[in-house]
Design a protein around this ligand. Structure first.
Ligand SMILES: [Fe+2]
Ligand SMILES: [Fe+2]
Length: 270
């Protein structure tokens, strides 16, 4: 069960609206996250089917993971409605589902249960670090409600990572996956980061704000702005540590890898 409740623990009435309401990039980021998180049941159903012979995993996915992810969506939706009340969230979300659901085949899961756990760890690395960046950004903007909300979600995502890590250990006792295989899954997952769900969510919001027209250039500009924001607020070192952790190197090697991977990311413009 979620450890916090967005209706009781987040004081939406204390939002310093004037600090955030003109920030279009923030609006898009929070709104896109709300659309994707609130649709988490689709992902949870796929995973429950894949792990149906392991009741510990299915119970955790249904009773904790799915409920927490959906709460992330609802809490962010409420934030959007409080700050950007002129935006018709329901209409935008309906358009998102219209665009996204036809593309949303049962998720291509990895070939083994252990490898799928590695893929889930990379997804949770993405979400934890995303909300950490939002928390850092909200601190800079001096908006304490978003800061607290992003912090609560960030903690949940790190917790999810630790559960998938535990389940990975469980399967890896039998699967004994090679580092090469694990690295392949990590890189494959990283390439999928800028995925269809983000683009469809952006498009649904953009169309809603611009009377139905969509401009691909606007999406490219949005991604450029995200990169600019990330260069100041994204916790790169944390992301790298979480990403390479499934390789199970010793701690000293792990720490010495961080600056090397960070250097490679800079060269690649990530
Ligand atoms: Fe989430
Ligand atoms: Fe999560």
């Amino acid at each position: 069960m979620p450890t916090w409740n967005y209706k009781e623990d987040i004081d939406y009435k204390s939002i310093k609206k004037e600090k955030v309401e003109k920030d279009e990039l923030l609006f898009y980021m929070v709104c896109i996250a709300s659309f994707i998180e609130i649709t988490s049941k689709t992902y949870a159903d796929n995973l429950c089917e894949y792990y149906k012979d392991n009741s510990d995993i299915v119970n955790w996915l249904k009773n904790d993971w799915e409920k927490e992810e959906v709460q992330h969506g609802k809490s962010l939706k409420k934030y959007v409605n409080e700050v950007w009340s002129e935006f018709d969230w329901e209409k935008g979300y309906a358009r998102f589902l219209e665009l996204y659901l036809p593309l949303c085949k049962p998720e291509a899961l990895q070939s083994s249960k252990g490898l799928e756990m590695v893929a889930r760890m990379i997804v949770e690395t993405g979400t934890s670090t995303f909300y950490r960046a939002i928390e850092n950004y909200a601190l800079l903007l001096d908006e304490p409600v978003l800061q607290k909300l992003a912090h609560n979600i960030y903690k949940d995502e790190v917790h999810h990572y630790s559960y998938f890590d535990k389940f990975y250990n469980f399967y890896n006792k039998d699967e004994k996956l090679s580092r090469k295989k694990v690295l392949q899954i990590i890189t494959k997952r990283l390439k999928e980061v800028n995925s269809e769900d983000v683009e469809m969510a952006f498009r649904a919001i953009y169309e809603n704000k611009h009377s139905g027209s969509f401009d691909k250039q606007a999406y490219d500009d949005f991604l450029k702005n995200i990169n600019k924001m990330a260069s100041q607020h994204y916790p790169y070192n944390m992301a790298i540590k979480m990403m390479i952790h499934p390789l199970r190197m010793n701690k000293m090697v792990e720490s010495s890898m961080v600056p090397i991977v960070r250097g490679a990311m800079k060269v690649l413009g990530i």
